[in-house]
Design a protein around this ligand. Structure first.
Ligand code: HEC
Length: 178
C-alpha cells in the first residue's frame, strides 16, 4: 500500500511539474531586465523623500502638497526662500532679486498667472526648473520643496497682480511669467 501511495505521489508531482508556470531557463526570470525602466510609482503617489526622476514640471501638475496641514511648513519655506530663491525673485518674492538684473528676470511671484498654478506645478518648477529657471532640487529634500510651495502661497495671499506686458519680468520679458 505504501509503495502504491509513494508511486502515486511521485506521479502527481511529475504531472504538476509538467504543468508548471515558470520557465526552466534561469535567463527568463520575472526580474527587471537591463535597460528596462523601473516599475513606475503607483498612480497619484506623492514623493516625500529620495530623488525624483521628474524631468518636466508639467508632470507634477496634479500632485497635492502632502504637508498642506503642517502649520510650520510656510515658515520653513520662508527660511529656505531666502537662501535659494531671493537672489532672483527678491526677498519678498516681488521679482527684484540681484540676479534678475543680469539674468532673464525672475517674475514677481504674485502674478495672477502664477497664483493660478497648482501647488504641484510650483513644486515641479522648483524640482525640474522652468523655461529659464534652473532646477533647484539639489540640496533640497522634497519636504523642503513643498515647504517652499507653502511659502509661495503665502506670498500670494495678500493679493495677486495682473500680469502686464510692460512689467519687468512679465510675459513680454525673456524669462517672465507665462
Ligand atoms: C537663477 C534665478 C532663479 C532662482 C534661483 C529661482 N528662480 Fe524661480 N524663476 C526664475 C525665472 C527666470 C522664472 C521665469 C521663467 C521660468 O518659468 O523659468 C522663474 C519662475 C518661477 C515661478 C513661476 C513658474 C510659472 O511658470 O508659473 C515660480 C513659482 C518660481 N520661479 C519659484 C521659485 C522658487 C520657490 C525658487 C527657490 C526655490 C526659485 N524660483 C528660484 C528664476 C529663478
Amino acid at each position: 500500500m505504501r509503495r502504491v501511495l509513494s508511486t502515486l505521489t511521485i506521479g502527481a508531482l511529475l504531472v504538476s511539474a509538467c504543468d508548471r508556470k515558470w520557465p526552466a531557463s534561469m535567463e527568463e526570470q520575472p526580474a527587471v531586465r537591463p535597460l528596462t525602466a523601473p516599475r513606475p510609482a503607483p498612480e497619484g503617489s506623492v514623493p516625500v523623500g529620495g530623488v525624483e526622476t521628474l524631468d518636466d514640471r508639467e508632470d507634477a501638475q496634479d500632485l497635492q502638497n502632502p504637508y498642506a496641514a503642517d502649520p510650520g511648513a510656510a515658515a520653513t519655506g520662508e527660511r529656505l526662500f531666502n537662501t535659494h530663491c531671493a537672489i532672483c525673485h527678491g526677498a519678498k518674492g516681488h521679482g527684484d532679486g540681484k540676479v534678475s538684473a543680469k539674468f532673464p528676470p525672475a517674475p514677481d511671484l504674485r502674478y495672477v498667472t502664477i497664483c493660478r498654478r497648482s501647488d504641484g506645478f510650483i513644486y515641479g518648477t522648483i524640482t525640474a526648473g522652468g523655461r529659464a529657471m534652473p532646477t533647484l532640487r539639489e540640496g533640497l529634500t522634497s519636504r523642503e520643496r513643498w515647504a517652499l510651495v507653502a511659502h509661495v502661497r503665502r506670498i500670494e495671499k495678500d493679493g495677486c497682480l495682473a500680469a502686464s506686458p510692460t512689467t519687468p519680468g512679465g510675459p513680454a520679458g525673456t524669462g517672465g511669467a507665462p
